[in-house]
Every structure is written in structure tokens, then in C-alpha cells.
Design a protein around this ligand. Structure first.
Ligand SMILES: NC(=O)c1ccc[n+]([C@@H]2O[C@H](COP(=O)([O-])OP(=O)(O)OC[C@H]3O[C@@H](n4cnc5c(N)ncnc54)[C@H](O)[C@@H]3O)[C@@H](O)[C@H]2O)c1
Ligand SMILES: NCCCC=O
Length: 486
């Protein structure tokens, strides 16, 4: 295994920082269980250093002409693309996701975000509001120091999706990666400095949940953006509210994928595969409740099983591998428990359900398909965050919509139909922040991404994210005399 030990656990003010007094974080390669790097969770002194330097750098950064700020972000995008191979390998080692995915979905999607926001930095402006003589103009101002807290499934992408719009708006960011994947964001911090960002503008502090909690309540912090589970979201949202801080919450889901009887079955099967088994099922927007019209349910399931059997399970660093291990043994144990729950609830196990033969070392698990699932089963109601698909059947459009919406989550939804009117009619009624018609799980930077209901608050990507990293100042300008009562 290549040496991935970073020069320090944190990256602050343009340099690696270490404080061995912090609790140890072992970075484990999910395919073998090998400890590939050892870091230390941030101490209060490290957190203070990160926030102080971010506060300083933010002022310097916000004072630059926007076109110069945009240029720095675009340089970051270029470097991410130049180093895609090395960064993808690191992402694979950090997460266990197959290299065939990380080469196309991580540093590259991060680069898209940096390029997009670099391109619009100079057009983040206010407006002029005529009042028939007097007028108002508005200024879109940065919030100040933003804290980003990441989940473990997309460490590079999450760090880029948060930092790119934050920095474009003139903020600084202190980013805390998940303790399970501490390596990738450190590389991004190095690249920001190399691209010309002021030291301290993008700092990374590694640590457990307590480090995240300390950041959220610090008086130097103006905004918190979390990607994580609903239970963590509740805590972080409440803690941020104490200081009336701005928040973005990108949380979990249990999204529906509805396949109507007139759908192209081959495309719908491809979408169901992508919506459940990409990244070994560890994607927030996954369409894990696959509602299939009763008339085609048998044919759909047969083809799905046939194709899923051909998936190559293996070493994630092997380019042939489609399905790698789960991020940790704990996460896999949780998924295996859900599979047992599914069986005991009476769902029919069509495929998978255990540890693949020959893969007893590492956190491997088979892609698993249940049919005969009903809405009340826990495997249909709770976020599993692993490669477990539940097939449910329906007979009418109205029924499919009602049942798809019968969840506390609202992150995403997909509809497969060849009737374009039906496609639009159905998504208009689905309670989800992102919907796809005849596609699933594509999240281009040009499209806003985020959830409704318990799945979150705010949006990432597109111009929509600018609303969440800036605030508007109104300036009233009088051209006439001031009237007063006396
Ligand atoms: N909506 C999205 O964009 C999106 C994307 C990826 C993952 N997710 C969700 O993330 C979850 C999986 O990720 P996870 O297991 O890392 O989530 P998690 O909620 O356990 O942890 C997320 C982050 O929060 C930190 N944290 C934990 N307790 C904290 C506290 N009290 N204060 C501040 N920070 C704290 C963790 O250290 C970690 O960095 C799933 O629910 C998934 O759906 C959502
Ligand atoms: N590519 C989008 C991933 C977001 C959630 O896990």
C-alpha cells in the first residue's frame, strides 16, 4: 500500500499542524482492515488556531476584486483535474469506493464545483431598486467564517461542494471531515494554497463529533453547513440556533424510484442499480424504495437480478471492480442487521444478503435485493445506507405518489415512464428536493441539490447555494429632502 500518512492531522494557516494530545484517529483501508494512516483529533488549541486564522484570512480574501477570487477557484479546479488519478486513489483508500467510480465522480465533481463558482464569482452582485426618485441598492455580502462538516461517503466532493460557493461569496471555511475519512480534504487544503488562496482561508481540522460540536457553537463562526445523518442534523441545527447562525443541512433519505408499466425496463433497471449499488449503496439520495407497477414487476426483478449477478466484487483499487467494501465494519454490521430484519419481516430475498464468499477480510457485503416489501417494513421506512434494495409493487399512479410521499424524508425521487406528461405530473406531486425523470442520481453542479422535510434545509450547487453563503445589505439613497413631523 502506498504511503498516505499526512504530514500532520490538520491543515491550518497554510501548513500542516499536529497536536498529539488529541484522541487517535486510525484511518483504515476498508478492503483489508490495514491501518494506513494515524491522525489525532483536534484539541481546543488546534480549533482556536483554525478559527483565528480563518477570521483573519476572510477579511483579506473578501477585500480582493471578485475576478481575482474567481481566478483562484478556477486554478483549484485545474489542479484537481491534473491530479485526478492520485486524488482518486486517495479517495479509494480513504473510503473503499471502487477506483472506477472515484476516477469519474469525486475530484472531478469537486473540480466542476470550483470551476462553476470560480466562473460566477465576479457576477455575485446586488441590485438597484428604483423608488421614483430615491432608490435602494443592495450589496451581497459574505457571512464571515463558515464551518463545513462532512460525511464519509464523498469526502472530496463534500469539501468542494461546501467550500467553492462559500469562498466565491467571500467567506473563509474551516472544514471538519468525517473521522472515518480524514485524508482527502487535507489534499484539497494544500491545493487551495498552491492555487493562490490566502493562508487560513480553507482550513481542515480532523476530529470526532465533539470537534464538530465545538466548531458549531464557537462565537467566531457565522454559518454551519453539515452533511450527515438526521440525528446529527438535529443536534447541529439546535446548537447553531443558540447563536442564530446560518445553516445548511444536507441529511439522509429513503427516496422512492417509481417505475411505471410503460417504462423502458432496461433503463429503469440501470437506474435501480445506480440508485442502490453505486458506492456500495452509501449515497444519501439513493432510490432504495423501488416502486414497480405490478404488471412489469416480475420481468423487472428478473432482469435486475440477472444483471446484478454480473457485478464484480473486488479490490477497490482494481479498475475492474464494480463493488468495493463498505466504509467500516460497523457500517456493514448495521446493514447485515437490516438484512436480517427484512427477512424476519417477511420480505423475499431475491439476491445477496450476506458476506460474499472469498471476501471474509475487509468490509464486503453482497448487493442485496428484496421483493414483496411493504411500506410498514423497517427496510422500507428507515435509511440503511448500504446496498439493500427494496422492491414494492403498485397498481395506480395515485397510489404510487401517496406511498412514495409517506416518509419523513424528502431528499430525492425518480420516475420512469415513456409518457412525458405523466412524468411531469408525478414529479410535481413528489415531496423531494431533487427529482429525476428517466434517470437517477446524476447531480451536476448546475442543478441545486438538497432536501425537503427531514432531509434538510438549504441547497448546495448552482446559484441557489449563493443564497446560503451570503447576506443582503439594503442601502436606501435619498435624492430629496428629509420630511419630518416637526
Ligand atoms: N444530503 C446529502 O447531501 C448527504 C450526502 C452524504 C451523506 N448524507 C447522509 O450522511 C449520513 C452518513 O454519514 P455519517 O454517518 O458520516 O453521518 P453522521 O451524522 O454520523 O456524521 C456526519 C458528520 O457530523 C459529525 N458530527 C457528529 N456528531 C456531531 C455533533 N454533535 N456536532 C457536530 N458534528 C457532529 C461527524 O463527526 C461527521 O463529520 C447518512 O444519513 C447520509 O444520508 C447526506
Ligand atoms: N453525488 C451526490 C452524492 C450526494 C450524497 O451522498
Amino acid at each position: 500500500m502506498k504511503d498516505v500518512q499526512p504530514k500532520g492531522s490538520h491543515f491550518i494557516d497554510g501548513a500542516y499542524v499536529e497536536d498529539t494530545a488529541g484522541r487517535v484517529i486510525n484511518c483504515v483501508y476498508a478492503a483489508t482492515g490495514e491501518v494506513v494512516a494515524k491522525l489525532h483529533s483536534a484539541t481546543p488549541a488546534v480549533i482556536a488556531q483554525a478559527l483565528d486564522s480563518a477570521k483573519r484570512a476572510q477579511k483579506e480574501w473578501a477585500a480582493l476584486p471578485p475576478v481575482e477570487r474567481g481566478r483562484v477557484l478556477r486554478r483549484v479546479a485545474d489542479i484537481l483535474r491534473e491530479r485526478n488519478e492520485a486524488l482518486s486513489e486517495l479517495e479509494t483508500i480513504d473510503t473503499g469506493k471502487p477506483i472506477q467510480e472515484t476516477l469519474v465522480a469525486d475530484a472531478t465533481s469537486g473540480a466542476d464545483a470550483l470551476e462553476y463558482y470560480g466562473g460566477i464569482t465576479a457576477s455575485i452582485t446586488g441590485e438597484s431598486v428604483p423608488l421614483g426618485g430615491d432608490f435602494v441598492y443592495t450589496i451581497r455580502e459574505p457571512l464571515g467564517v463558515c464551518v463545513g462538516i462532512g460525511a464519509w461517503n464523498y469526502p472530496t466532493q463534500i469539501a468542494c461542494w461546501k467550500s467553492a460557493p462559500a469562498l466565491a461569496c467571500g467567506n473563509a471555511m474551516v472544514f471538519k471531515p468525517s473521522e472515518m475519512t480524514p485524508l482527502c480534504a487535507l489534499k484539497l487544503a494544500e491545493i487551495y494554497v498552491e492555487a493562490g488562496a490566502p493562508a487560513g482561508l480553507f482550513n481542515v481540522v480532523n476530529g470526532y463529533g465533539d470537534v464538530g460540536a465545538a466548531l458549531v457553537t464557537d462565537s467566531r463562526v457565522d454559518k454551519v453547513s453539515l452533511t450527515g445523518s438526521v440525528p446529527t442534523g438535529r443536534k447541529v441545527y439546535a446548537a447553531a440556533a443558540e447563536g442564530i447562525r446560518h445553516v445548511t443541512m444536507e441529511l439522509g433519505g429513503k427516496s422512492p424510484l417509481i417505475v411505471f408499466e410503460d417504462a423502458d425496463i432496461e433503463n429503469a433497471v440501470s437506474a435501480a442499480i445506480n440508485a442502490n449499488f453505486y458506492s456500495t449503496g452509501q449515497i444519501c439520495s439513493n432510490g432504495t424504495r423501488v416502486f414497480v407497477h405490478a404488471d412489469i414487476a416480475e420481468a423487472f426483478a428478473a432482469r435486475l437480478v440477472e444483471r446484478t449477478k454480473t457485478a464484480v466484487i473486488g479490490d477497490p483499487l482494481d479498475p475492474e471492480t464494480n463493488i468495493g467494501p463498505m466504509v467500516t465494519d460497523t457500517q456493514r454490521a448495521k446493514v447485515l442487521e437490516y438484512i436480517e430484519i427484512g427477512k424476519s419481516e417477511g420480505a423475499k430475498l431475491l439476491l445477496g444478503g450476506g458476506i460474499p464468499a472469498g471476501f471474509e477480510t475487509g468490509n464486503y457485503i453482497e448487493p442485496t435485493i428484496f421483493s414483496g416489501v411493504t411500506d410498514d417494513m423497517r427496510i422500507a421506512a428507515e435509511e440503511i445506507f448500504g446496498p439493500v434494495m427494496a422492491i414494492l409493487t403498485f397498481t395506480s399512479e395515485e397510489e404510487a405518489i401517496t406511498r412514495a410521499n409517506a416518509t419523513e424524508f424528502g431528499l430525492a425521487a425518480g420516475v420512469f415512464t415513456n409518457d412525458i406528461k405523466r412524468g411531469h405530473r408525478v414529479v410535481a406531486q413528489l415531496e423531494a428536493g431533487t427529482c429525476w425523470i428517466n434517470q437517477y442520481n446524476l447531480t451536476p453542479v448546475e442543478a441545486p441539490f438538497g432536501g425537503v422535510k427531514m432531509s434538510g434545509v438549504g441547497r448546495e450547487n448552482a446559484r441557489a447555494a449563493l443564497e446560503h453563503y451570503s447576506q443582503i445589505k439594503s442601502v436606501y439613497v435619498a435624492l430629496s429632502d428629509v420630511e419630518s413631523a416637526f
